[in-house]
Write a protein that binds this ligand. Structure first.
Ligand code: SF4
Ligand code: SF4
Length: 187
């Protein structure tokens, strides 16, 4: 069997002691400190809580207004403009969820011409201790019924509060307008 000997690259004393990286990090910190003391920090207005604009005083000050559209907070269920549940209990989100955080119990719907044909969730639970906020459920949903909200305020004091049931999911999600409507008979 042939072996190939590879020469280790020579590293300088500075590289051996990570001098370049340490000095680079110190320079960054000192630059931020000087800018803050001069009142010239980036995002000074938003981070005004500390007075010099370097630390956000959470929870009094929050990033809410600055969250990008694509921010992924807690997954929620939404209703249509007519107040009906958009979810048809297809369980695709439950299947795709990598953390196995979703548990759905499908049930029939009673009212309307689609009664006993369409389904709706009898119960829908998301275990927020398992959820990794990946957004796969939103991607998989064919009915635009589940969305990643901008809600990141999640501080349960016991495990039962960490399980978001159907009522809680609709409370957080509310109604969304302008979506594909599954109840449209021309669809
Ligand atoms: S965001 Fe990801 S982990 Fe959380 S419920 Fe949806 S699919 Fe599961
Ligand atoms: S939320 Fe969407 S993907 Fe999940 S069960 Fe309901 S319709 Fe299906």
């Amino acid at each position: 069997m042939a072996f190939k000997t590879i020469k280790r690259p020579k590293i300088s004393l500075g590289e051996r002691f990570y001098l370049q990286s340490i000095l680079g990090g110190l320079w960054l910190t000192i630059r931020h400190l000087v800018l803050a003391l001069l009142g010239k920090s980036r995002n000074k207005k938003e981070l005004a809580g500390s007075g010099i604009g370097v630390t956000m005083q959470y929870p009094e000050a929050r990033w809410d207004k600055h969250l990008p559209k694509y921010y992924r907070g807690a997954p929620v269920l939404v209703k249509g403009e007519d107040g009906r549940e958009r979810c048809v209990s297809c369980q695709l989100c439950e299947f795709i969820c990598p953390a196995r955080a979703i548990t759905i119990t499908p049930g029939p719907i009673q009212e309307g011409p689609w009664g006993k044909v369409e389904k709706a969730p009898r119960e829908f639970q998301i275990d927020m201790l398992r959820c990794i906020y990946c957004g796969m459920c939103e991607e998989a949903c064919p009915e635009q019924a589940i969305f990643m909200s901008h809600n990141y305020l999640f501080t349960p004091t016991d495990k039962t509060q960490a399980i978001h049931n159907k009522a809680k999911l609709y409370e957080l999600g509310g109604t969304r307008k302008g979506l594909v409507n599954k109840w449209n008979q021309y669809k």
